[in-house]
Ligand binder design. Structure first.
Ligand SMILES: [Zn+2]
Length: 325
């Protein structure tokens, strides 16, 4: 632009030294104006605060807003959770279990111990992972029924066995089978309870007092929608499966055979030698003396089980059962 202007002036006449200076000054001013024209709109904008660094501590108001949002997003405690207080059970809340597959569920607790009405605790060994309603049902069963059955037997409970609780698997551990209620944290397998005396009552022991086992059977079948024990299938001969599966029309399953104890002495086995029997050498000598004439006569006497031994076996069996009364 300045060059064009100089050429025009050059054609019109001589350019003086002073004019050249003025021209250069004007050119500088124009360039400065052009430079300023680029930056002027930015300077005119309203100044904005710099973005907050990520690592900067959150302002108090922002923190409160986040807290409120979290509270809205977090599920409210269920009615079961609110009711399962430490007066009933030691059962801290666990986060929901999601998967794998259809396994898991919400409202999960870790049932560590049942608290009896007298405040004593019956720990589950080991602690069981269960949905709150199943944990509450176990707690009520132990507090009301098992404690009463133990008291009738002249004892109190000190431990509840947990053979299996949450376990993501098919029914009866069969691959490809329908999902077990264990996979939904809705089932507990128990083998028995321990008494304060230290004695363990196995629910499936044929030699355990029949009356106690029958009471336990009645109590679990009244509280749980599925009860599987001995006689149900080949998977429950050594434990009792309890769950709260919901079925159409409230259908329930109660399959637990209370087996009789097996004979103490198998009839075809040789009888045990009585403690008060004479020394063997004498017996053989006597036997030999007595047998000789019978053999000579060609007659055979039927063998008889010694009466004293039979009485002893019966006494032994009665003594074992009596320990629970
Ligand atoms: Zn089971």
């Amino acid at each position: 632009m300045a060059l064009i202007w100089m050429q025009r002036n050059g054609r019109a006449g001589r350019v003086s030294h002073l004019n050249l200076k003025l021209m250069l000054g004007a050119y500088s001013a124009a360039m400065l104006l052009l430079f300023c024209a680029d930056t002027a709109p930015a300077a005119a904008r309203v100044p904005l605060p710099k973005p907050r660094p990520i690592e900067a501590p959150k302002a108090e108001s922002a923190g409160e807003a986040d807290k409120q949002a979290e509270e809205k997003a977090a599920p409210q405690p269920s009615a079961c959770r609110l009711a399962l207080t430490e007066d009933i059970a030691i059962a801290p809340t666990l986060p929901p279990i999601t998967g794998p597959g259809a396994c898991g569920g919400d409202d999960i607790v870790r049932l560590e111990a049942v608290v009896l009405p007298d405040k004593s605790r019956v720990p589950l060994k080991p602690a069981a992972t269960l949905r709150c309603p199943m944990a509450a049902a176990i707690a009520e069963w132990v507090r009301s029924d098992v404690a009463a059955i133990a008291a009738e037997a002249g004892s109190s409970i000190s431990e509840l066995d947990n053979f299996d609780s949450f376990d993501c698997r098919g029914r009866n551990r069969v691959a490809g089978a329908r999902l077990s209620e264990h996979g939904r944290a809705n089932a507990l397998d128990v083998r028995g309870v321990k008494f304060a005396s230290g004695r363990f009552l196995s629910f499936t022991d044929r030699d355990a007092p029949r009356e106690l086992r029958q009471k336990l059977l009645a109590s679990v079948c009244a509280r749980f929608t599925t009860v599987l024990g001995p006689g149900s299938d080949w998977y429950h001969e050594d434990h009792i499966h309890l769950d709260l599966a919901e079925r159409r029309n409230g259908y329930r399953i109660c399959q637990w055979e209370i087996w009789d104890s097996l004979p103490k002495v198998a009839p075809l086995l040789p009888a045990v030698r009585p403690d008060d029997a004479p020394p063997r050498a004498v017996a053989e000598e006597k036997g030999g003396q007595q047998e000789a004439p019978e053999k000579a006569a060609g007659t055979e006497q039927p063998k008889q089980e010694p009466a004293p031994q039979r009485r002893r076996a019966n006494k032994k069996g009665a003594g074992r059962s009596g320990a629970f009364r």
